[in-house]
Design a protein around this ligand. Sequence first.
Ligand code: GLN
Length: 186
Amino acid sequence: MIVGVVAIQGDFDRHLDMLKGIGAATREVRVPADLEGVDRLILPGGESTTVGLLMRRFGLAEAVQARAAQGMPMWGTCMGMILMARAIVGYPDQFTLNLLDIEVTRNAFGSQIHSFEDAVLLEGFPEPTLGVFIRAPVVSAVGPEAKCLGRYQGKIVAVRQGNRIGTSFHPELTDDNRLHHWFLSI
Ligand code: GLN
């Protein structure tokens, strides 16, 4: 199994480190050809406007949508979840991949200096995980296709739609690899 990580901008190297740490074969994905042989894909944290623009310019957006339609499991952390959303509140013109039936609000907890860490309880995980929230989005609406997996202070910060996952926070920046293990089992 090869796990791809979109490696255009953002903290993709931290996902790659964590995946290698649990024994997964990895691939940095920048252009459509990089997806060949990739079985599942992570979209990391970063800047959603920049990465959305470049994914389209490189033809990667369409290629990822096509693979997702064929059933490839995908996980978006923070920026990745924004890019996978159906729509972004207040940014009607910002490109998204439309792979999760959710609306997200960017920077929902404030700016960079309002970044924080706290325990988050997720469905299916008996012990809480450490949520690292960096200019993090929240899920402001969940459509019928998607379901909430976890909340923080009442706000939805984790969702699932079939084999697609979105989290507002960054498990790749912690020592807790349970979510990566789980993603590999989907
Ligand atoms: N605020 C960023 C955005 O809207 C996401 C931040 C992150 O991925 N840590 O694109």
